[in-house]
Design a protein around this ligand. Structure first.
Ligand code: C2E
Ligand code: MG
Ligand code: MG
Ligand code: MG
Length: 289
């Protein structure tokens, strides 16, 4: 039993190992950037009708010298707690914008999305960092999508609103990640000037065969349409899910069905394959299904 031994037999062996790993990772994440252990991989967001790549989401990857690949689900919270995420986030912004500028020259404009922690949002250098990167790489701000989760907006709504407004004024686009989970409050859609919502993958799963799930997704899609928002489905793994979402008017699809997150050189190869001009469209663009 826990709490019995005041001398410290509080954690089970498993918990202790986990605790030690976390402590080690929290220590090491502070040097990971300088040590060249971080990479930015990209996952396409495709047009739901044509399956052309419209955008890409940048996702951090960390190769730890001892533990190997560590998931961002594990290391982002640690980097938030010791604020290493501030410098890492700045690097992400610069790298993502540099890469998107490269794609633009190669294959035409592709929007670039990156994820933002609350801590980054409250860092006064955020907007200058983005604006400097855009100027340096001559990229249009309308091609930049900032992905935030609801919790970021709800914790400190007044401050979040002012930062969001500054981002919108700078011409950036704002996206609500993991929509439909967490707080599921919708008042912020009224109060915050967002452009896009991303339906959480837990709702996308089996949408074509689960009647209750389909009702929820259809409701989000009509909400998005009525508020004039771009709607993205994340975690699309099955052709049946993609077909269903496309029929119901979802704008963009993202998921393993189209591509896992991949390193930039592979992403550029994909772009050449998928977005190069085709003799005829991949799919007939039928309207009014
Ligand atoms: P997210 O922004 O919601 O990203 C989507 C996650 O779902 C990614 O996990 C992606 O690899 C995964 N995914 C995409 N398609 C599928 C699919 O079809 N099936 C399944 N099962 N999963 C799919 P990843 O890369 O492990 O990232 C996890 C989370 O870590 C992200 O969730 C995001 O919240 C955070 N994150 C990643 N990179 C950054 C970053 O640069 N900054 C910040 N602040 N957070 C980041
Ligand atoms: Mg995201
Ligand atoms: Mg998400
Ligand atoms: Mg997520």
């Amino acid at each position: 039993k826990k709490h019995q031994d005041p001398a410290g037999a509080y954690f089970s062996i498993d918990e202790e190992t986990k605790f030690q790993r976390q402590a080690r990772l929290e220590q090491d994440i502070q040097h990971a950037l300088k040590a060249g252990q971080l990479q930015l991989w990209y996952q396409p967001k495709v047009d739901a009708r044509t399956h052309m790549v419209a955008a890409a989401e940048a996702l951090l990857r960390w190769k730890h010298p001892e533990y190997g690949w560590v998931s961002p689900e594990e290391f982002i919270p640690l980097a938030e707690s010791n604020r290493a995420i501030i410098n890492i986030g700045r690097w992400v912004i610069n790298q993502a914008i540099a890469d998107a500028s490269c794609w633009q020259q190669r294959s035409g404009p592709i929007a670039i999305a990156f994820n933002m922690s609350a801590i980054q949002l409250f860092d006064g250098q955020l907007l200058p960092t983005i604006n400097n990167a855009l100027a340096r790489h001559q990229l249009n701000p309308e091609l930049v999508v900032v992905e935030l989760t609801e919790s970021v907006l709800i914790d400190q709504p007044e401050f979040a609103l002012s930062v969001l407004q500054q981002m919108i004024d700078a011409g950036l686009r704002v996206s609500i990640d993991d929509f439909g989970t967490g707080y599921s409050s919708m008042s912020y859609l009224r109060d915050f000037p967002v452009h896009e919502i991303k339906i959480d993958r837990s709702l996308v799963r089996n949408v074509a065969s689960n009647p209750a799930g389909a009702v929820i997704v259809n409701t989000i899609l009509s909400l998005g349409k009525n508020l004039d928002l771009e709607v993205v489905a994340e975690g699309v793994e099955q052709t049946s899910e993609a077909a269903y979402l496309s029929t119901k008017g979802c704008d963009l699809l993202q998921g393993y069905l189209f591509s896992k997150p991949i390193p930039n050189p592979q992403f550029m190869e994909r772009l050449d394959q998928i977005n190069s001009p085709q003799p005829e469209p991949l799919q007939p663009a039928e309207h009014g299904v």
